[in-house]
Design a protein around this ligand. Structure first.
Ligand code: SIN
Length: 484
């Protein structure tokens, strides 16, 4: 075990929430956060409620006028200072994240760099908050300004404790918004550490609060408040739908990054070794717990057996273990019920006549570890509508391109999708027809700060990252100038 790294993580761990820059300590009680590898409690954050959430909202509202009306170059400079501090703390932040989330330490450090990419990118976007001038047919001159929407509520998930925070805070701060963040109770420490660094980088007091506690209580206060003008949520479709309903009476701007059930399609003309390698890269990020993980793999029948055998042979080599062990690629799942879901999905494939080619059971390490699993055959219906959110790849055969497209689109979700083929025409045609916000062609990795990220159908709306991400945090104001 890498004790030095672990200590660097613990050194950044603050057992408090942050309301308007002021720490509210847990004092050893409140919400216990555990290491998913062992189930041991690593620390606590306070269980805050309506009063503290209200105080955070008030602080965000008070900080908003100065922050939003100020020079955007000041906000860009702040974002760059924050990014520099994060760069200085990649080891510690990665270790802290590995401790509370369980993802392998190397991967956690990679997430810190990915997360920081959003801050760096949006520092540039702050400098490009460009409006337009236009002649109106009424003989007037039109000026448009892109103005911050207001104080924002940002609700972030446990699977990417750093990147989902910065993907929201980067554009929010660039636009001039202030924010109240509710991080997932399983992984609050990374968010708190990042917020501490933001204040060290010179963020004005009140511009950011991190409120820990019961999600439904805090979520209700945030969504009910007329002072909060925008909600951005990453999480399940069910919770997203409820939050969107709660935002309706105050007509907040809302963006939702929800569930996935991503299809991955392999045609017979594809480079099978590449398809196997990229399937593994896409699937086993965060031990299969991402919204963009391939959830169901469709392979043209003539190569289905060959692809599945190759895939199973590679997957069988994957090292499973705790975050700080050398060479580990798949860690524990976040909680016990996550293991039960993977088991349920393996059982469903078996019951439908499919075969388990590798894995298929809880790992000998016990606890929340599951064997990396590949299955072949059975019915794909369950996988169209339910994310496994664990280290399992179900492979199904198809016969025609139309059948593959129909299967891929036969889901209420439409977040990520993947396609492997050497035929350029097919790649163009298929990627246009697939009902998904994102399509990776001959790659299993599609996420970067510069690519628009988001879904269609029940996967939500709004785009994060890229040149579009800041639009979620600005309103366009039109000034009509009558020139006499
Ligand atoms: C997610 O799973 O919600 C995000 C994944 C990513 O950013 O690639």
């Amino acid at each position: 075990m890498n004790q030095t790294a672990k200590n660097a993580g613990l050194a950044l761990m603050r057992q408090h929430a942050l309301i308007a820059g002021e720490p509210i300590p847990a004092n050893g009680s409140g919400i216990a956060v555990d290491d998913p590898a062992t189930g041991e409690v690593i620390g606590h954050v306070p269980d805050l409620g309506a009063a503290e959430t209200d105080a955070a909202i008030q602080a965000a509202a008070e900080a908003f006028p100065d922050w939003s009306r100020g020079d955007p170059h000041r906000r860009a400079a702040f974002l760059r200072r924050w990014a520099a501090l994060i760069d200085d703390n990649v080891e510690g932040l990665g270790a802290l994240m590995a401790l509370e989330n369980g993802k392998p330490f190397e991967e956690a450090k990679g997430e810190v760099t990915y997360a920081n990419g959003f801050i760096k990118w949006f520092a540039g976007e702050a400098e490009r908050l460009i409006g337009e001038t236009q002649d109106s047919p009424l003989g007037h001159l039109l000026l448009t300004y892109r103005e911050a929407v207001g104080p924002c509520a940002l609700i972030t998930p446990w699977n990417f404790p750093a990147a989902m925070l910065t993907r929201k805070l980067g554009p929010a701060f660039a636009a001039g918004c202030t924010a109240v963040v509710k991080p997932a109770s399983q992984t609050p420490f990374t968010a708190i550490a990042l917020a501490e660094l933001a204040y060290q980088a010179g963020l004005p007091v009140g511009a950011l609060s991190i409120v820990t506690g019961e999600a439904s209580v805090i979520g209700k206060v945030l969504t009910d408040s007329p002072l909060i003008r925008k909600l951005s949520f990453t999480g399940s479709t069910g919770v997203g739908r409820k939050l969107a309903e709660q935002c309706a009476p105050t007509l907040k701007r809302v963006s939702m990054e929800l569930g996935g059930a991503a299809p991955l399609i392999v045609f017979a003309d594809a480079d099978l070794d590449l398809a196997v390698a990229e399937t593994i890269k896409g699937k086993f990020r965060n031990s299969g717990q991402t919204c963009v993980c391939p959830n169901r793999v469709y392979v043209e029948r003539s190569v289905a057996e060959a692809y599945a055998e190759k895939l199973a042979a590679e997957v069988a080599k994957i090292k499973v273990g705790a975050a700080f062990e050398e060479g580990v690629k798949v860690g524990p799942l976040i909680e016990d019920k996550a293991i039960e879901k993977v088991e349920k999905h393996v059982t469903a494939v078996r019951a439908d006549g499919g075969r388990v080619l590798t894995g298929g059971s809880r790992h000998e390490l016990g606890g929340r570890f599951f064997q990396p699993t590949v299955t072949l055959g059975g019915d794909d219906a369950l996988f169209r509508e339910e994310e496994t959110f664990g280290p399992m790849i179900p492979v199904f055969a198809f016969d025609t391109e139309t059948e593959a497209l129909d299967k891929a689109n036969a889901s209420e979700f439409g977040l990520a999708s993947y396609l492997f083929t050497r035929d350029l025409d097919r790649a163009m045609r298929f990627s246009r027809r697939i009902e998904a916000g994102m399509c990776g062609v001959n790659t299993g990795l599609i996420s970067t700060a510069v690519a628009p990220f988001g879904g269609v159908k029940q996967s939500g709306y709004g785009r994060e990252g890229s040149i579009h991400g800041i639009d979620e945090y600005v309103d366009v104001k039109t000034v009509t100038l009558a020139l006499r």
